[in-house]
Write a protein that binds this ligand. Structure first.
Ligand code: LLP
Length: 421
């Protein structure tokens, strides 16, 4: 169910015309659909029905407080990877026992904060980190619940920058060393070993890599249990991909993923945790931008828009495709045109699409980037002193600005002048 559809030729976000939001908040901006967030969370929750489970939203995908509150109200847990994300989850009212802490470089301070504020578990990524968690827990006189993230050496068949489950990646400990590392963990009195964690990458469009990894986790569960560890929770990470191009084959659905999880791991009677980010947030958001100029190049036309790589970096960083559609639907039968769609930032990499065929546009027309809800606003920067763009959340026929656009003055006033100047 798509909540960004045309009605009588005008693009709507749920029941709100996108052009109306643009008129009020200005462009560019991110616009999210509450109904889509809710639907996607429920798809995962229902896919694991019948097993003891918790869906921990990977909030790195989109972490605005309003989004977190929307999901937390449905019972979502959160997967956090920094002290900042932990603070965001707590600020949105998520209880500590629904927050899992992932990430390869958790600092002593972050560990301390999580142990005092409440944590479901740490997903430990290395032995040095395990030692630090142990030390902090002992100082505080508590036991830290942990899983160890194992690297199953599986090819996730995704973009190299977002694959994490091969031995050459920095993540987790090699699965071949797992017994040794678990024995080490069990010897540390500040730790309580409760399970196993795995995450092999993002934007996976096939089930097979997941299946291979989960089969290895199933075997490891039995081995570790035989070694005397009480393995009772399996954190399976995130990574299920979304269809970025509507013309392409759709990746597997959460229900198919859930069935595969039950098939590979169901017999172990473990509590299952998953950490989806992109599938929950990606198609819940669009980025809306305005055409500034159409410029004739020697052999191509450039559509220059007011959104840029600092607002949405995925095309520049991962050669990612985003469908770009006009906010006023093309008239049927109208001859399409081909554009290189670019932003105003002073880099050739500030290119969203090359040779994209779409309806003809003119200055001041609005365009929408589909599938921009995940890894969009959260990866934005203020490069070229372009203030972070606003985020808007739609709920039925209502909308609210959930992060406003800072003024130039606010941006500049974050700098301070040393006294010798
Ligand atoms: N759990 C862990 C430990 C992760 O590292 C990630 C993503 C997730 C869960 C969520 O994965 P998802 O369900 O969203 O695929 N910026 C990149 C994606 C980076 C993903 C990093 N880790 C992009 O824009 O494609």
């Amino acid at each position: 169910m798509d909540h960004f559809l045309y009605r009588d030729g005008a693009l709507f976000a749920e029941d709100v015309p996108v052009a109306e939001i643009a008129a009020q908040v200005g462009t560019p901006f991110y616009c999210y659909s509450t109904a889509t967030f809710e639907r996607h969370f429920r798809l995962f929750d229902e896919a694991l029905e019948g097993t003891d489970h918790l869906v921990c939203y990977a909030m790195k995908a989109a972490s605005n407080q309003a989004i977190l509150k929307t999901l937390a109200a449905l019972g979502a847990g959160m997967d956090v990877v920094s002290g900042g994300e932990y603070a965001r989850a707590k600020a949105a009212g998520v209880p500590g026992d629904r927050i899992v802490f992932s990430g390869v470089g958790k600092t002593r301070e972050e560990i301390h904060t999580a142990l005092t504020g409440g944590i479901r578990q740490f997903n430990v990524e290395s032995e040095p980190e395990m030692e630090v968690i142990n030390a902090v827990a002992l100082e505080l006189g508590v036991k830290a619940p942990i899983t160890v993230r194992v690297n199953p050496d599986v090819d996730a068949k995704t973009h190299a920058k977002i694959a994490t489950g091969k031995s050459e990646n920095k993540f987790g400990i090699p699965i071949s060393r797992a017994r040794e590392v678990y024995a080490h963990a069990a010897s540390l009195p500040g730790l309580e070993v409760i399970g196993i964690d795995v995450h092999i990458g993002s934007q996976l469009t096939q089930l097979e890599p997941f299946r291979l990894a989960y089969q290895k986790v199933a075997e490891l569960t039995e081995t570790l249990r035989a070694d005397g560890h009480d393995i009772r929770r399996l954190d399976l990470g995130g990574g299920l991909g979304i269809p970025y191009e509507r013309s392409n084959d759709a990746p597997p659905l959460p229900v198919e993923y859930g069935a595969m999880v039950k098939e590979t791991l169901g017999h172990l009677n473990c509590e299952i945790e998953i950490e989806p980010g992109r599938l929950i947030a990606g198609n819940a958001g669009i980025m809306v931008s305005k055409v500034i100029y159409v410029k004739e190049g020697e052999d191509r036309q450039f559509m220059i828009i007011d959104g840029a790589m600092n607002d949405l970096i995925r095309p520049a960083m991962y050669e990612a495709h985003h469908d770009i559609i006009p906010v006023v639907e093309a008239t049927p039968g109208e001859e399409p045109t081909t554009y290189d769609i670019v932003g105003p930032v002073c880099e050739s990499g500030d290119t969203f699409a090359k040779g994209r065929t779409m309806a003809e546009v003119k200055p001041d027309d609005l365009v929408a980037f589909r599938s921009a809800g995940a890894y969009g606003a959260v990866m934005a920067s203020e490069y070229n002193t372009r203030p972070l763009i606003p985020e808007v959340l739609v709920h039925g026929d209502q909308f609210a600005v959930i992060r406003r656009r800072p003024t130039f003055e606010e941006v500049i006033n974050r700098d301070t002048i040393p006294e010798w100047l």
